[in-house]
Design a protein around this ligand. Structure first.
Ligand code: SF4
Length: 461
């Protein structure tokens, strides 16, 4: 992991409080110069138990690689957004950081110390320092408890002060999050969605945490209520010197609230950097699509704009995980970068369809039947497949043309396996072979991306 410090981070670090180490009774370097949270090569894999019988009988039940080698830092007082489609691993990441899931591998450091060790030695103490606000507050608010009891519960569990002090603190918190003390004896179901989220925030604040993980805190709320909650979170951060890890798939919310953003794709980091840099100059094709697919406000992730569904984290694509959906996947190096880009994207689409089983002789025949061409059957089918994948009728590279034609002939002859074998042997993209490293896009702002195209550009500088 990089040891560099951006100007923004330097500013934050200079203003960070130099707090006492309560354990050793001595002042540590860590509080003032290290990030509050440091994640290094974190992995969380779990066994996919799709039905007990299937799982018991299977020799290889499969492992879901929900989080697979994630590294980033969060400085004190900062808000870092984690954004990505459903299933990209962002919520698993948050829960693993908080110790709600055991990590498979990697390192999590909080305030200069190993989180695993902190939890092992005193889980309750760690829980006081790092809290979570969930997407659906109703699911974590006990319907049998009143507002007063819900907010006071963490104080009771951690035995903070005398009862009178706890009640006083509850009153302060309830008022601070915009609720009325007249409502203290009401039950959760008597509140609106926005009010319930305010209760969740008050409860998270009760123990004076340093870090709050906000897991899609506004996604279940109406737009006008969302704005109120975001403003409240912003005020509270300032007032209590809080650090936020903000999980969301809403890009406009990320832009509004966050200092930096981590874009996740299939359990890995695609791009990270200051929000303005990533939104104005996205470097990863995935980030570009997310931003471009949403007109104007660039808000919710336009999942429909990305070709095909997100692959399963149970069996993620090798190399760059985005290669099955990337619109600028690299051509095989043997054909050179000047290989016609449009033609190459079509060829790669043909290969992906073969690989997924979406294209076989039957489908080729169906496509041929949709054309007006009543010439040679094999030629018609091959042309229909080319057209459906937007491959020109003739490639300018004669070797590539010959090999592609061999694959198409095998396909229409009913030998899909051979068709794919030819494509795998002769049209393999570097993006399928190599996992891209996270490289610097702008060293001054700590803007980084994991794309081979970015690596190439960096190498050329
Ligand atoms: S490495 Fe290749 S597939 Fe991955 S994002 Fe970059 S160009 Fe696309």
């Amino acid at each position: 992991m990089s040891e560099r410090t951006s100007p923004e981070r330097q500013r934050r670090n200079r203003t960070a409080p130099d707090t006492e180490n309560e354990d050793e009774g001595e002042k540590t370097r860590s509080e003032s110069v290290t990030p509050l949270l440091r994640i290094e090569d974190l992995r969380k894999h779990y066994v996919d138990k799709q039905g007990v019988a299937e799982w018991v009988l299977s020799k290889d039940p499969g492992r879901v690689r929900a989080v697979d080698g994630v590294s980033f830092e969060v400085d004190r007082g900062e808000t870092v957004g984690i954004v990505g489609e459903s299933g990209c691993g962002k919520s698993t990441l948050a829960r693993t950081i908080l110790g709600l899931h055991e990590p498979t591998d990697g390192y999590i450091e909080f305030a200069g110390k190993d989180v695993h060790e902190q939890i092992a030695s005193d889980r309750k103490r760690f829980a006081r320092r790092a809290q979570i606000v969930f997407q659906d507050p109703s699911s974590c608010l006990d319907p049998r408890m009143t507002l007063r009891e819900i907010v006071r519960e963490p104080l009771d569990i951690h035995q903070v002060g005398a009862k009178a002090h706890r009640n006083e603190k509850v009153t302060e918190l309830v008022e601070r999050v915009g609720l009325s003390t007249d409502q203290l004896e009401r039950y959760a179901h008597e509140f609106s969605g926005g009010q319930r989220q305010r209760i969740g925030i008050a409860r998270a604040l009760a123990l004076d945490p340093e870090l709050i993980v906000l897991d899609e805190p506004t996604s279940a709320l109406d737009v006008s209520v969302q704005a109120q909650i975001l403003n409240l979170l912003s005020e509270l951060q300032e007032e209590f010197n809080l650090t936020y890890l903000f999980i969301s798939h809403d890009l406009s919310v990320i832009r509004y609230l966050c200092d930096r953003v981590v874009v996740m794709y299939l359990g890995q980091v695609a791009e990270t950097g200051p929000v303005d840099a990533v939104f104005e100059r996205p470097a990863h094709p995935y980030t570009k699509i997310l931003l471009e697919s949403v007109p104007g406000a660039r808000n919710r992730i336009g999942e429909e704009a990305i070709k095909s569904d997100i692959p399963s984290p149970r069996n993620p694509p090798r190399g760059c995980r985005f290669h099955t959906r990337c619109p600028v996947v690299l051509p095989p190096s043997k054909y050179g970068m000047e290989f016609e880009q449009d033609a190459w994207q079509g060829i790669f689409e043909y290969k992906l369809r073969l690989r997924s089983g979406r294209l076989g002789r039957e489908r080729a025949t169906e496509l041929a039947e949709l054309t007006d061409n009543d010439g040679n059957e094999e030629t018609t089918a091959k042309e229909a497949v080319r057209d459906s994948c937007s491959i020109p009728r003739v490639l300018s590279d004669s070797t590539a043309e010959e090999l592609l034609d061999q694959s198409l002939s095998a396909l229409v002859d009913g030998d899909s396996e051979m068709a794919l074998k030819i494509m795998n042997a002769d049209f393999e993209s570097p993006c399928e072979q190599e996992r891209p490293a996270v490289v610097d896009i702008d060293i001054d702002t700590d803007h980084r991306a994991a794309c081979l195209r970015a690596s190439d550009e960096e190498g050329e500088q």
